[in-house]
Design a protein around this ligand. Structure first.
Ligand code: IMP
Length: 434
């Protein structure tokens, strides 16, 4: 019963969409297990660039069932928009299945997220403004609406009548507009009608696929350093992006996972606030941002850019039990005279090899760098490690040694074919369903 987890090892935006896309021929089902439309996956297919926020990128393949698991918070409007966009491109969206237990992001969650960020001002998290925190908050507080509830207007009304007075009070105290019960009930019931045929018991969908011996891929959103428990709290998202989140949010048990592929970029990026020890605020950083097109898929915000930081990588490898790594965007580093790699921090006069997940300690950390000579050559056409310029090879070897896990895939461009595939234990092939 092979299940693989694809997990980000940095602050998100590591290129997990490309990883899933690359592996998708071998899998029968792709499951999103946490996050919401704060995520953005860019998938390049020929001339087409598709931006998806909720639907797993495997949807582009007719043999794949795309599952939005119970651990996801769903903005139905975004989901409907994506389904319509995909259908307009001739993609069969009946294979998109949504857990009845996934929580709904309501308009008041979005309003609360934005009003709260405005109130926090200089201390804001820099959220995507998609209502993620308030929706997960209500889930934990047992005040949420679940996707399955949307098909019953009576249930919708009951839930909304119970929570809306408090939400409106809070919004009012923050100077934001409140909502009307009837209008929300009508909206939610319309979502339910539209999405009813996509709702499913996704735990059993996943379990049945595994029982048939099909390969299931569980796709994480964001990354380990944004994980609610393991990231640089409070500058994190509100879900468990780590591989463990795949079990609670995807409906599988820990022993059903037989591979965890960690995904990382050859440099670091971060969107939103929070400490970022290797951040580059100079022309080198600007150049990487431009060449790497480092702009948030969801918000259009320029991403903060920095050198690769091996300190959190070691932590990420450990907490995710990463068994293999895909290294993305090494091509973006071509043309740099030298490349720095952070191997440890200096913090309060001491060397620190372990990642402090407290934002306060991290803010005081100064990187200790190892410097590597750069390379001039573009890498887009390289298809083997031996074909890489020697300095690029040295850099990849150093990353692999620091991570302590084999780098089995190296991406040298956005296209699926622009990938160096090393000899590795291949994912077991499942019969392709037609
Ligand atoms: P939220 O998830 O919108 O609440 O935002 C919390 C933090 O996570 C902010 O710093 C966001 O910029 C960051 N974040 C959320 N989703 C993503 C993502 O998909 N990529 C990168 N950063 C993200």
């Amino acid at each position: 019963m092979p299940a693989s987890v694809v997990v980000g090892l940095q602050w998100g935006d590591e290129g997990k969409g490309k990883t899933t896309d690359f592996l998708s021929e071998q899998v029968a089902m792709v499951v999103r297990y946490q996050g919401g439309d704060n995520a953005g996956h860019t998938v390049v297919k020929g001339d087409e660039v598709l931006k998806l926020h909720l639907v797993p990128s495997g949807v582009l393949y007719p043999h794949i069932t795309s599952v939005i698991g119970n651990g996801v918070v769903v903005n139905p409007e975004t989901l409907i928009g994506e389904l319509d966009m995909l259908a307009a491109r001739g993609i069969d969206v009946r294979r998109v299945r949504v857990s009845r237990s996934a929580h709904v992001i309501m308009p008041y969650h979005v309003a609360l997220d934005r009003a709260n960020e405005a109130r926090l001002d200089g201390a804001k998290v820099g959220t995507t403004g998609r209502g993620i925190g308030p929706a997960y908050g209500d889930r934990a507080w047992r005040l949420g609406l679940r996707m399955g509830d949307l098909v019953d207007p009576e249930v919708i009304r009951g839930r909304i009548e119970r929570v809306l007075p408090d939400k409106n009070l809070l919004l009012d105290s923050m100077g934001a507009n409140g909502f009307d019960v009837d209008a929300l009930v009508e909206k939610a019931a319309a979502w339910g009608e539209r999405l009813a045929t996509h709702l499913d018991d996704t735990t059993w969908l996943v379990q049945s696929a595994l029982a048939r011996g099909e390969h299931v891929l569980l796709e994480g959103a964001q990354g380990t350093l944004l994980d609610l428990d393991h990231g640089s709290y409070p500058f994190v998202t509100s879900s468990n992006a780590v591989a463990g989140g795949a079990t609670t949010g995807g409906g599988i048990g820990p022993l059903q996972v037989d591979e965890v592929m960690g995904v990382m970029k050859a440099y670091a990026t971060r969107v939103g606030s929070g400490p970022f020890p290797t951040e580059l605020t100079d022309d080198i950083g600007e150049g990487i941002r431009e060449r790497g097109n480092e702009v948030g898929t969801t918000t259009g915000r320029p991403r903060r850019v920095g050198w690769f930081d091996a300190v959190p990588t070691r932590y990420a490898v450990a907490v995710n039990s990463v068994s293999s790594i895909m290294l993305n965007k090494i091509d973006i580093l071509s043309g740099l005279e030298s490349i720095c790699l952070c191997v440890a921090y200096e913090c309060d006069g001491r060397r620190l090899d372990r990642w402090p997940s407290s934002a306060e300690s991290l803010a005081r950390a100064t990187p200790i760098y190892e410097r590597f000579e750069g390379w001039e050559e573009p890498l887009h056409d390289v298809r083997s490690l031996a074909g890489l310029p020697e300095n690029a090879r040295r850099y990849v070897t150093a990353l692999e040694e620091l991570a302590g896990v084999p780098i089995v895939l190296v991406s040298v461009g956005p296209e699926r074919t622009q990938t160096i595939e090393r000899a590795w234990r291949p994912m077991r092939r499942a019969p392709v369903r037609v």
